[in-house]
Design a protein around this ligand. Structure first.
Ligand SMILES: [Zn+2]
Length: 198
């Protein structure tokens, strides 16, 4: 089974994380026995397991499960893919959009698989730079296209809520392989993802 929905929580791991959250909430000066917080450690444990479920998923297998032989060899773009991840330095969310393109080389992939592999890598403790590279490398190594491009634009809660408090800053990362290393192909992609749908 290449891709499973995350529905079952390992009871042992959930209980361990729950106990630790209990301790953390107490350390913060809260009363873990009051009504509103009673089930919080368990909910937080499940939320954290959900947000890091990418560790148990195989992005390459997801792509391989929907590769089709096809002679189409123009650029395929999936843009504005919603993205939610956790920064590994603060375990706070960063979120935004990913834009992914590839130029087929004999094979295309089911379009829904592109957002899925973005999720697989995003649902881990991440830095935006590595997330960009992992999506890029996965598509490049599995689909072996003529080229692949990834652009991620994201806002980081660790910047917005703490530290420098730059609330409107967006971090952009990008990576290009194969044909997209050529300036004209890259520019065509960048132009297409910056165009607003009318
Ligand atoms: Zn951070």
């Amino acid at each position: 089974m290449p891709y499973e929905k995350f529905e079952e929580y390992n009871i042992q791991i959930t209980d361990d994380i729950k106990a630790r959250y209990n301790g953390i909430i107490e350390e913060l000066g809260e009363d873990v026995t009051r009504d509103g917080l009673l089930k919080t450690p368990e909910r937080a444990a499940k939320a954290m397991l959900y947000l890091t479920q990418g560790y148990s998923q195989d992005a390459a297998e997801i792509l391989k499960s929907a590769m089709f032989k096809e002679s189409y060899n123009e650029m395929v773009i999936v843009k504005d893919i919603e993205l939610y991840s956790l920064c590994e330095h603060h375990i706070l969310p960063f979120f935004g959009k990913a834009h992914v393109a590839y130029i087929p080389n004999g094979y295309i992939v089911g379009l829904s698989k592109i957002p899925r592999i973005v999720d697989v890598f995003a649902r881990r403790l991440q830095v935006q730079e590595r997330l960009t590279e992992q999506i890029l490398d996965c598509i490049n190594d599995t689909l072996k296209p003529q080229g692949v491009a990834v652009v991620i634009e994201a806002s980081h809660m660790c910047m917005m809520m703490r530290g420098v408090q730059k609330q409107n800053s967006v971090t952009t990362t990008s990576g290009f392989r194969g044909q997209f290393e050529k300036i004209e192909t890259r520019n065509e992609f960048l132009k297409l993802i910056s165009e607003k749908l009318s």
